[in-house]
Design a protein around this ligand. Sequence first.
Ligand code: MEV
Length: 429
Amino acid sequence: MKQAFLSKFYQKSIKERFEALVAAEVISEDDTVNFNDKFQLPNEIANHMIENQIAIYGVPLGLGLNFLINDNDYVIPMATEEPSVIAAASYAAKTIRQASGFSTTVHNRSMIGQIPLKNVPDMVYAERVLSEKANHIIEKANAAHPSIVKRGGGAKSIKTRIIEANDMYDSPAFLVVHIHVDTLEAMGANIINTMVEAIKPYIENVTGGSAIMGILSNYATECLVTSTCRIPVHLLKRTGYTGEEVRDSIIEACQFALVDPYRAVTHNKGIMNGINAVVLASGNDTRAIEAGVHAYAAKSGQYRSLTNWTKAENGDLLGEITVPLPIGTVGGSISIHPAAKFTSQVLGSPSAKELESIIASVGLAQNFSAIRALVTEGIQKGHMGLQAKSLAISAGAKGDQIEKVTEQLKQAKNMNLATAKSLLRKLTN
Ligand code: MEV
């Protein structure tokens, strides 16, 4: 990729942005032909995706720039309605690339299917028999979905957990059987659900318990990815603050989010601004990722920050995020939504593990930008510029008028829709 062609991307018109992407070798000249068609979800496909479909709801798609992840350059498609998310991610990535970028580790990539059993007559016996029959259960699960096995994946192991009866909820004791499945490039919900439903009767039979369901767990603790970065203090300097002051304040902001759930939710919401935008642009299930990530943030029993910012021995700022990211690069809407196909192309058709690394790094970048701003000049300064632009558009400004009204609004005493409308009236009269 020829990064230099992407500089000042935000100042370019949409036509110039495409030219820059071609020049930077992110997309080819051919990709720009009938470009809009490559993003439009046709009504006839939408109509088959959901029920009672009446229209297509649009979300802006932008590009996160400057990302250097494991020594590879990425231009990252992000779908979001929130102003400043993409600017913040790109800004953070620019600082972090000067400090050798993000490094990631995909710890494992296995999805979990659950079968909870109640009325198990003897838990100890049931756990023993399940362990003895594990290979047979795995064979049965794989027989229910032979195509994933043919491609090199499939059910690999089983695990059991006992959950004691809980008087507060009047809940009985459960023996929970987990099956761990390598779903390769898929997120794998259908594969897992087919497998657990197929093995459910056998599991009931050998344990004597009754299964209350068989379903994938979105708490993907066997699908974790870590992204880290190391930033020397000279890159953290801001007007009025030394690099050391910014570093120490970022660390303190993170410590606060580790101990206070009220702050942790907002801190992690900022992280999800980035994660969700890439998950959505890639055609993956945003709700599955959100639910799993938030549960992971509460794994200690208290909801805490997903990131950790600390000081290295030499004084550098160290950033780290670990999140469960059971995403896929095939299946579901990824294979049918034209935009998802195109965004994968922009990313260089990454594998699922590579995409996990990209998404985690965007989350870390987003958090760095947010807390760096919060502990220095605050976020309103940057936000107000974008808010002014939204108000100008809401007031009806078009083309050149948008920038003109935005600039005047930023200087105005009251930045609101009435002022935007009045400025636009003055401009057009
Ligand atoms: C706004 O969408 C996200 C932030 O509130 C995140 C944060 O506070 O860390 C800026």
